[in-house]
Write a protein that binds this ligand. Structure first.
Ligand SMILES: Cc1cc2nc3c(=O)[nH]c(=O)nc-3n(C[C@H](O)[C@H](O)[C@H](O)COP(=O)(O)OP(=O)(O)OC[C@H]3O[C@@H](n4cnc5c(N)ncnc54)[C@H](O)[C@@H]3O)c2cc1C
Length: 456
């Protein structure tokens, strides 16, 4: 953005915005730099300006004027992706001030604005005796709760979105239902979602009257890896027991010089049942912190993965099963990466499973999210501190990605839509009919690609 375009944009915008909105255009300003912090510094750019909007009306005005003047922009909410960044040709529409949250106990619903973080939403619902199927993203949303109450996208009942024309529209089953379908899995490609209404659940869904969940960490030596993977096979295939988990190949803190295996199990039920189910792992005598803890604290262990800064990239691929031969080879790749790039020691290569199928499927309606059927995911978190390691880390990640895909053909592959924009669109949004529908909606609502050119 040239200085004259920036000046006229700021002057046009300032006339329409409320007092609560602030515009920053000086990269030396402290607040500008604080707003620019992201989960990952990969490809992070310096924008021409940051518009820190104060109200939904300000979002409407900003989008309308930017589109009229042909100025590109990206919305930013939590900043946990590689894509809420733009260079000097455009601006960041920062939604950090949109933090309203309301709970309707009559309908068991929670309505929240764009920048309410997972913990805030969970805690608010919890204090009203409710459980929210909430974690980082409305645009997919996989975690241990997926098998109990569907994906995050399944739980979006309504939304408000500012379209590429700068119109504020309400999405619900009776108002623009096709767009509601689209934002339930692909919202970042259709407009600025300023508000969503989520289904909440009575905490009885957790199966424990004290509202606890059995979870924690089991730490194994890397020499136990094969035994751990073998012990995990029946657990990842058991769809009758309310359990889920994540197994990571990583390096142990505080020095991150020793490789290890970490299992983060989740069990919905009494401690005694949990210990019985996970007995094959406990028999290997890990260092374990597993215990029954209040549901409101189950995400706390993930805080370490959410720190801002550093070079990080998350990718995910469906994997047909947990094959110990494959994962032993993944360990070799991890070890080789650490030897070449010691600064990548925080990298984790993981497998997550949610096999449990409760009686009576909760969510059958169609959404843009196409991976409800996937029960085992390989999740690769590349994390390094020296930008010179980028290529090595990236190559290692690609090799592991290929390994975990196994013998799947290109058509059979499924990759996680929130974590990549480079994988083929057919693997992120599977099923040809879904893709046809999404592309038609994109053509109708954002033909100029204001909200990325994905799906065009
Ligand atoms: C440590 C970690 C763990 C994760 N775990 C999971 C997980 O368990 N399950 C899961 O499904 N995902 C997970 N994710 C992925 C995460 O959900 C996505 O990266 C999500 O898009 C991040 O949202 P954000 O608002 O924080 O990111 P941002 O970077 O702010 O935004 C992400 C994208 O959406 C756009 N955008 C931002 N706000 C809006 C808006 N209001 N309307 C429209 N577009 C918008 C941005 O321009 C950008 O393209 C994880 C990510 C991290 C870093």
């Amino acid at each position: 953005m040239s200085l004259s375009t920036l000046t006229s944009f700021v002057s046009c915008l300032s006339k329409e915005l409320s007092d609560t909105t602030k515009i920053f255009s000086d990269p030396n300003n402290t607040e500008f730099n604080a707003l620019l912090l992201r989960w990952s510094d990969i490809n992070k750019q310096i924008p021409g300006a940051i518009v820190l909007v104060g109200t939904v009306d300000d979002v409407v005005a900003s989008v309308r004027i930017a589109v009229e003047m042909g100025i590109p922009f990206v919305p930013k909410s939590g900043g946990h992706s590689l894509w809420s960044t733009i260079g000097s040709e455009g601006f960041i529409l920062d939604l950090s001030q949109l933090q309203e949250l309301t709970i309707d106990k009559n309908t068991n619903t929670v309505t929240l604005q764009s920048d309410v973080l997972v913990k805030q939403a969970n805690d608010a619902a919890w204090s009203e005796g409710l459980c929210l199927r909430a974690q980082l993203s409305p645009f997919g949303g996989l975690n241990a709760m997926s098998s109990l109450c569907g994906y995050m996208s399944d739980n979006i009942l309504a939304a408000k979105m500012v379209s590429a024309k700068g119109h504020l529209i309400t999405l619900s089953p009776s108002s623009y239902p096709e767009l509601l379908y689209a934002i339930r899995g692909a919202g970042q490609f259709f407009g600025v979602v300023v508000e969503i209404t989520l289904q909440a659940y009575p905490s009885s869904i957790l199966k424990m009257s004290d509202r606890t969940v059995w979870t924690g960490m089991m730490l194994f030596q890397i020499s136990q890896a094969e035994e751990v993977f073998n012990a995990l096979i029946p657990l990842t295939e058991n769809n009758t027991v309310p359990a889920a988990g994540l197994c990571l190949i990583t390096s142990a803190p505080p020095m991150f010089d020793t490789m290890c295996i970490v299992v983060l199990p989740t069990y919905f039920g009494p401690t005694s049942d949990a210990e019985k189910f996970f007995a094959p792992l406990l028999a290997l005598r890990p260092f374990s912190t597993c215990n029954s803890i209040p549901y409101s604290k189950v995400n706390d262990a993930a805080d370490a993965f959410c720190v801002k800064g550093g070079f990080k990239c998350l990718t995910g691929a469906a994997t047909p099963n947990l094959d110990p031969d494959v994962w032993m080879k993944v360990i070799d790749h991890y070890e080789a990466l650490k030897l070449k790039c010691p600064n990548a020691a925080l990298t984790c290569y993981a497998v997550e499973w949610t096999a449990y199928l409760p009686e009576g499927e909760h969510h059958t309606d169609e959404t843009a999210f196409s991976h409800r059927d996937i029960k085992i995911w390989a999740e690769l978190l590349s994390w390094y501190t020296d930008s010179k390691s980028h290529e090595e880390v990236n190559n290692a990640e690609k090799d592991v990605f290929e390994l975990v895909h196994g013998t799947q053909t290109a058509e059979e592959r499924a990759t996680y839509p929130n974590w990549s924009r480079d994988d083929p669109i057919e693997s992120r949004y599977r099923d040809a009919n879904r893709l046809v529908k999404l592309k038609a909606l994109k053509e109708e609502w954002d033909p100029q690609g204001i909200f990325t050119r994905q799906l065009l």
